[in-house]
Design a protein around this ligand. Structure first.
Ligand code: UN1
Length: 505
């Protein structure tokens, strides 16, 4: 099956290292393997981009930008519209590849391709309506306005956990804004990137838009660093850990570039005294176990009002014990593998550390034997201030934390270094409004009676504190991909100066 799938998606035995976005590819030097976590085996080899490949790709993105910025925005939107059509056509194949390469279950893999289609549709609409402002000028016969201009070639560095959708969030918005894109995907998901690039190449060719979407593959950190240091790339959009994000952001800031950071989350859901558990339990299980707990938005901490503790413990333990894990493409499976051996070792380390810090395992806690990187869905009773709870662990690992009242839960929600997503399950209007108020959740995303993960593309996506402050996808996130210009036109015959200054030279 996978041979036919690979050939339909244009993947071979040895895949290239770089794409110039005009249908031409470069082989790079040496290669690295894409592994499937489903079996823990190599799937195929891909090339590793050299410095020359990087230079060729960045030059191509700079050259294409000079043409692309002049194409009317609604026409740029037509390219993205046709990409949405092509992605709809390839949805099943891309989802299967993604499931094999990163271990998502089919429904979530299809959801990720759907998320690409959704943001494409959104970007097409945006291409006809991103607008500037006209402002009243204090000077007679002057016209004061604000206009959004294309920014330039944008580096997009993506993570393994959303190897397709996060590129689309960035690339489609950037493309309608008149930017070109240099994509550096995670070395853990290069085949998904190559398959998407091939589709983008074909559609771009039909639109005479060669070089708008380019690709660089490497398993070495130097490539990301080189992009962060490259003055020709005014924006670096990075999704990944706070540690790497901190380092890249400093490099980008040192050259006065702009960074869009989408870093670690450590998200809590609060179960209030009045919570409807019919909503809360499935939302928490999806948040903690979906994508094997490897979303930035995964639910990692459950802050439970003590009046509901026994019930929540009982229902969650039951739900966790019913989770079927295994081959993510097999029907009925809800929990696929972690991405690799390191991830499994981190899970094992986090469980051991939580026990050492005083935790009790209510369910799971162990890696599963056999091929692939499977672990048990795990529930641990913990306290919020423990070091292990303060950091993000990408695994189906949920810490249960007892809270005496809502105010304590709210305080603990915010008492971590990260600030991506949060949710509150309550039927108490006062608590809901307080959670959403200035004194409430300090995260970029705050949901009431909905889980921490699974955000729609229509809102801006991102978080505060060590999550990095960036916003992607909907709302006015497009502004990050553009250059704001204030313009003044004097259509009179005098030269009045602002602030009433006289300067009669
Ligand atoms: C991520 O984990 O980096 O909200 C992105 C969600 C998805 C996107 C997650 N729409 O869970």
């Amino acid at each position: 099956m996978s041979e036919q799938l690979f050939s339909r998606l244009g993947l071979g035995e040895f895949n290239p290292a770089a794409a110039l976005g005009d249908g031409s590819w470069r082989d790079g030097h040496g290669g690295f393997a894409s592994m499937t976590p489903v079996l823990g085996l190599p799937l195929a080899l891909v090339g590793r981009a050299t410095e020359e490949d990087r230079e060729a790709v960045v030059q191509q993105a700079c050259r294409s930008f000079l043409h692309w910025r002049d194409v009317p925005a609604p026409r740029r939107g037509l390219l993205v519209r046709d990409l949405a059509i092509a992605l709809r056509e390839h949805k099943a194949d891309l989802a299967t590849l993604l499931a094999i390469e990163v271990g998502k279950i089919r429904s979530e893999a299809e959801g990720e391709i759907q998320e690409m289609v959704d943001i494409a549709d959104y970007a097409v609409g945006l291409s006809r309506q991103y607008h500037g402002l006209t402002l009243p000028s204090e000077r007679p016969r002057h016209h004061l306005l604000e206009r959004w201009q294309p920014l330039g070639p944008v580096a997009v560095i993506t993570a393994f956990n959303f190897p397709a959708a996060v590129w689309a969030w960035n690339a489609f918005i950037a493309a309608v804004c008149g930017d070109t894109v240099v994509w550096k995907p995670s070395p853990k998901a290069p085949l998904t990137a190559i398959a998407i690039q091939r589709i983008a190449d074909e559609v771009s060719r039909d639109h005479g838009a060669q070089g708008v979407f380019t690709l660089l593959l490497s398993d070495e950190a130097e490539l990301g660093q080189a992009l962060a240091d490259d003055r020709r790339l005014p924006l670096v959009s990075f999704t990944g850990s706070s540690g790497v994000g901190r380092q890249l952001a400093q490099s980008v800031a040192a050259r006065f570039g702009r960074c869009l950071l989408e870093c670690s989350g450590n998200n809590a859901a609060i179960i209030d005294a009045s919570a409807d558990l019919e909503l809360a339990i499935p939302a928490v299980v999806f948040g903690a176990v979906g994508t094997a707990g490897q979303r930035c938005t995964s639910t990692r901490r459950l802050l439970v009002h003590e009046a509901r503790w026994d019930e929540v413990e009982e229902r969650l333990t039951r739900a966790f014990s019913r989770i079927v894990s295994g081959d993510p493409l097999a029907p009925g499976v809800l929990l696929g593998p972690l991405i690799d051996e390191d991830a499994r070792a981190e899970f094992v380390g986090a469980v051991a550390q939580s026990l050492a810090e005083g935790g009790t395992v209510l369910h799971g806690g162990r890696p599963l034997p056999g091929h692939g990187f499977y672990v048990e869905p795990t529930l641990v009773v913990a306290e919020n201030h423990w070091p292990v709870v303060q950091r993000e662990t990408f695994a189906p690992l949920l810490y249960l934390i007892r809270c005496p009242d809502f105010e304590t839960a709210l305080k603990l929600n915010n008492a971590v270094p990260q600030g991506l997503s949060s949710s509150l399950f309550t039927l108490d209007l006062r608590h809901a409004e307080r959670f959403l108020s200035a004194a409430g959740s300090d995260c970029g995303i705050a949901n009431v009676n909905a889980g921490t993960s699974g955000a729609e593309i229509g809102g801006a996506f991102g978080g505060e504190k060590e999550t990095g402050g960036g916003r992607e996808a909907g709302s006015d996130a497009w502004k990050a991909y553009m250059r704001r210009q204030t313009q003044t036109v004097n259509y009179g015959c005098q030269l009045p100066l602002a602030q009433g200054v006289h300067f009669d030279a």
